[in-house]
Design a protein around this ligand. Structure first.
Ligand code: NAD
Length: 497
């Protein structure tokens, strides 16, 4: 284990193997299995972690069910539940450096991104939903039938919720899932990705310290085909909230249909258009294009992976983009000067390199990148790669690459643009760069995407609804919308004549 002793997270990493949290107890997997999680910058083992299997999922679901039926959490006074969620936010902030280091070592992201974006946003998410706990109100209805009725609605927790999250923003995804589910009074079984299980396990320690009762939050690192599949098909899970690929999202939806028709919400993949009109402030647009695709090494569901540039400024915009790309500092995320870290795993690196080879074969013009940087062969590094003159029919323009690869596509006018931008199976986000306010709104309305950024990109706050059109998912997270995902609406009608 080569983690520097002077890192704040070093002592956390010493206690190994990391265990599963089931019913308030840290426990080994039923079959004793463990797996290694690696530092993607060096390929070295970061920690050994208990690997949950189907039997562990069954134990965790039973523990969650017991806590739910006993009402230890959902029947607490709302202000008490709010206090616990707020405290989790505070503790995340107090231990921000430790969490940021853990996130960087496990996922690869630049430490400054973890410190300035991921950890604060995770803390803010817990605080935002702490505010909702006391406001889960119903309504009254004016019934017109003869007689006299009092009709009102209640918002009740769904019950036992299974949550399955990916590796690209491990802590933030855990916060987006846990905070609203807990605010609504549910009991949860969370399965982090097998690539990045550590920050969710440390978060679970904070949740215990905030005195969330045993069994309300269970955390089970494990593989998708085993632990994930069992959670999605478990007959005693009332709802599954999934973030990951569209392919696996379909399996989750199917597993729900084939088991107990549990409620399903899905946050899936994307192939988002980032659109630069000739009337945009080009400097800002180009830096938005860079940030849109290369943030988190391009491993972002909402990455602006299709860069549409109006013909008049196409060459100029690409020239400017290349200057920024060439100056990018690539290296281990834990080094504070790093702007781009490694990809999460060898598999992901190979996959992305495969798409780069494919892009050249398909006839796209490679302007930058195209492979691995020299001197960093131990890690999963890929250079920021720019393809120009990409045709919408090419696979690199249609499929989610989930890496630092952008496809630049020229367009002539608004109609041409809208048709091209919408011709994808996805619909997560879109970016529009223009100096014309009317055009900004016109195009924003015409794009089929859950979020449209105008003259900005990757702006996410706990209040902004998040989710996709088409095959980018079902439902909306964040804001008050997530409360709909984690509550059932009950109508009570009383004859008061
Ligand atoms: P993935 O679909 O491979 O895995 C996601 C999670 O599902 C992991 O925890 C995995 O273990 C689990 N899983 C795998 N097979 C399963 C199965 N058969 N049944 C149940 N669970 C299973 O995705 P990934 O590679 O971890 O993450 C990248 C994907 O996530 C990209 O497609 C990206 O766009 C998407 N993503 C979407 C959002 C969003 O908000 N829309 C956010 C982040 C990532």
């Amino acid at each position: 284990m080569a983690v520097a002793e002077d890192l704040e997270v070093a002592s956390y990493l010493k206690g190994q193997p990391k265990k599963l949290l089931i019913g308030g107890k840290w426990t080994d997997a039923a079959d004793g299995k463990t797996f290694e999680t690696l530092d993607p910058a060096s390929g070295e083992v970061l920690a050994r972690v208990a690997e949950a299997g189907a039997e562990d999922v069954d134990r965790a679901v039973a523990a969650a069910r017991r806590s739910f039926e006993a009402g230890t959490w959902r029947e607490l006074p709302p202000a008490e539940r709010a206090k616990a969620l707020w405290k989790i936010g505070d503790m995340l902030e107090e231990r921000a450096t430790e969490f940021a280091q853990l996130e960087t070592l496990d996922n690869g992201m630049p430490i400054n991104d973890a410190l300035l974006f991921h950890v604060p946003l995770a803390a803010a998410t817990f605080r935002y939903y702490a505010g909702w706990v006391t406001k889960l109100d119903g309504a009254t209805q004016q019934v017109s039938l003869p007689g006299k009725y009092l009709s009102y609605t209640l918002r009740e927790p769904v019950g036992v919720v299974g949550q399955i999250i990916p590796w690209n923003f491990p802590l933030l995804m855990a916060a987006w899932k846990l905070a609203p589910a807990l605010a609504c009074g549910n009991s949860v079984v969370l399965k982090p990705s097998e690539e990045t299980p550590l920050s969710a396990l440390l978060l679970a320690e904070l949740i215990q310290q905030a005195e969330v009762p045993d069994g309300v939050v269970n955390v089970l690192p494990g593989r998708g085909e085993t632990a994930g599949a069992r959670l999605a098909s478990h007959p005693d899970v009332d709802k599954v909230a999934f973030t990951g690929s569209t392919e696996v999202g379909k399996l989750v939806a199917r597993a729900s249909a084939d088991s107990n028709l549990k409620r399903v919400s899905l946050e899936l993949g994307g192939k988002s258009p980032n659109i630069v009109f000739a009337d945009a402030n080009l400097e800002r647009a180009v830096s938005g294009a860079f940030f849109g695709i290369f943030f988190n090494q391009g491993q972002v569901c909402s990455a602006g992976s299709r860069l549409f540039v109006q013909e008049k400024v196409y060459d100029q915009a690409l020239d400017e983009l290349l200057k920024t790309v060439k100056d990018t500092r690539i290296g281990p995320g834990i080094d504070p000067v790093t702007q781009m870290g490694p990809l999460v795993s060898r598999t992901q690196m190979e996959r992305v390199l495969g798409y780069i080879t494919l892009g050249s074969k398909e006839g796209a013009r490679m302007l930058a990148g195209g492979g691995r940087p020299e001197g960093l062969e131990a890690g999963n590094f890929v250079m920021p790669t720019v393809f120009a003159d990409v045709d919408g029919k090419m696979r690199i323009a249609r499929e989610e690459i989930f890496g630092p690869v952008v496809s630049a596509i020229p367009f002539s006018d608004e109609d041409d643009l809208v048709a091209k931008a919408n011709s994808t199976i996805y619909g997560l986000v879109a970016g529009v760069w223009t100096g014309d306010v009317a055009r900004a709104h016109r195009v924003a309305h015409a794009l089929r995407a859950g979020t449209v950024y105008v003259n900005c990109y990757h702006i996410v706050d706990p209040v902004t609804p998040w989710g996709g059109y088409k095959q980018s998912g079902w439902g909306r997270e964040l804001g008050p919308h997530a409360l709909d995902l984690y509550t059932e609406l009950k109508n009570v009608i009383v004859d008061i004549a």
